[in-house]
Design a protein around this ligand. Structure first.
Ligand code: HEM
Length: 412
């Protein structure tokens, strides 16, 4: 059924319904993720995919990942000296947020309490249950509960914050900046002035596209890392095996090179198994049909909302042996991949609306995880037998309780 929706009938199901959060924060779809299928969406996706999320561009941001990773490793080293545990959830969330904000806005939000706080609030609002989204005629309940008022307050503050960032960019015009060091705001400001773009592109679009990158890019990446480290902490044999591989491939060094991760077979299987068991979005972003269609004998009317259950597909017992067990070996000597061709494994979705941030997200996950596994040995807090794997409710599903582990600097 996933293949029918995302491939065979992809054009019919490539629109998104405009949710309450998308109305408030994204001006009803002036971004990429919620823009209706059409010329504007095509052009904006092109700007984001080619200029920000392409392999070449993502590789060019290696220096950002390296600097942020060095910061993270320093913080963990301090915890090692103090012999204390670390809140890995916090650390990973800060680093993924910093990477996105440096790439998108040209500055880190760490320590800038306003921007960081607002980003978090926006992401929370996208995960909140809105009655009007499920039962449009009952949308007034969202007014009564104060949901819309709270959203408006955050969106007004967020839009003001983004305007300040844009103003800063305009003032310090980076005309002389290296092309590959331009951030998303620079690129979108160029698009704003580009007469060949062929679609209307206003300041509202600019704000909405930037917000997309935060909402879609931060939580998904950090959630994947959080689950990977939790599963490994609960499975010492797997942890040992993957650390041995990571350390053997990297060798004795002072800096982990990103290119090394492509030589780590088992490490990549661990990432695949994490994405299978814990797809960051358990449900695809919603889609809505633009005409009536017949799918495997079911008549689906025009304007039907469709949500693909990525979690259930990735744990389907008819496809996966022991689906609820974390077994990275299942991907050894197995060509099945998550890039949207194998429909039993689609943590990034598929088709026209599939995730354009796959490379960006994956490179961050690989680089951060490789460093966590290379530099440190990890133990559970004394007295704890296992990490509590209870899931929290939200747009992306992460652990209910923050992941706390005790790091020990590895002696080479
Ligand atoms: C591990 C990391 C990530 C995962 C698991 C993930 C997963 C997904 C999924 C499942 C979708 C919905 C696809 C569909 O409806 O078929 C999606 C859409 C999207 N993602 Fe990602 N994502 C990740 C990282 C990122 C990053 C880093 C960015 C950008 C910086 C990003 C930007 C987007 C955008 C803009 C869309 C909407 C695309 C459209 O509607 O045209 N994602 N992602």
């Amino acid at each position: 059924m996933g293949r029918e929706i995302m491939k065979t009938h992809d054009v019919v199901f490539s629109n998104r319904p405009i949710t309450t959060a998308a109305k408030e924060f994204l001006y009803g779809g002036k971004d990429v993720a919620f823009a209706p299928l059409g010329e504007y969406w095509r052009q904006m996706r092109r700007v984001c995919v080619i200029d920000l999320l392409s392999l070449k561009r993502v590789q060019s941001f290696e220096f950002v990942r390296e600097e942020e990773i060095a910061n993270m490793v320093n913080k963990i080293n301090q915890a090692c000296l103090m012999k204390s545990d670390v809140n890995l959830t916090d650390l990973i969330s800060v680093i993924t947020n910093n990477i996105i904000s440096r790439v998108a806005l040209g500055r880190s939000l760490e320590g800038k309490s306003e921007g960081a706080k607002l980003t978090k609030e926006v992401m929370e609002h996208f995960g909140v249950f809105s009655v009007g989204d499920m039962f449009p005629s009952l949308g007034w309940i969202d007014e009564l509960t104060g949901l819309k008022k709270r959203m408006r307050k955050t969106s007004t503050a967020m839009h003001r914050f983004l305007d300040e960032v844009v103003e800063e960019h305009l003032i310090s015009k980076k005309e002389g900046a290296q092309a590959d060091r331009k951030d998303l705001v620079d690129l979108l400001l160029e698009a704003e002035k580009d007469p060949t773009l062929g679609v209307e592109f206003t300041r509202q679009n600019l704000r909405a596209v930037i917000m997309d990158m935060f909402v879609a890019g931060t939580d998904t990446t950090y959630t994947t890392l959080e689950w990977a480290m939790s599963e490994l902490a609960n499975l010492p044999v797997v942890m040992k095996k993957v650390q041995e591989e990571v350390r053997q491939v990297i060798g004795k060094t002072t800096k982990v090179n990103e290119s090394d991760t492509s030589k780590m077979n088992y490490f990549n299987c661990v990432i695949k198994e994490t994405l299978r068991m814990h797809p960051a979005l358990v449900l695809s972003l919603p889609r809505v049909s633009t005409s009536s269609t017949n799918i495997q004998g079911y008549q689906i009317p025009d304007k039907t909302r469709v949500i693909v259950n990525l979690w259930a597909i990735c744990r389907d017992p008819q496809v996966w042996d022991k689906p609820n067990e974390f077994i990275p070996e299942r991907f050894m000597n197995n060509s099945i991949d998550f890039r949207g061709k194998d429909f039993e494994f689609i943590p990034f979705g598929a088709g026209r609306r599939g995730c354009p941030g796959l490379t960006f997200g994956l490179m961050s996950v690989e680089a951060i995880l490789a460093n966590l596994l290379y530099w440190f040995d990890w133990e559970l807090n004394s007295g704890a037998e296992k990490i509590d794997m209870t899931e929290a409710f939200g747009l992306s599903v992460n652990l209910e309780k923050p992941l706390r582990l005790v790091p020990k600097a590895h002696l080479f």
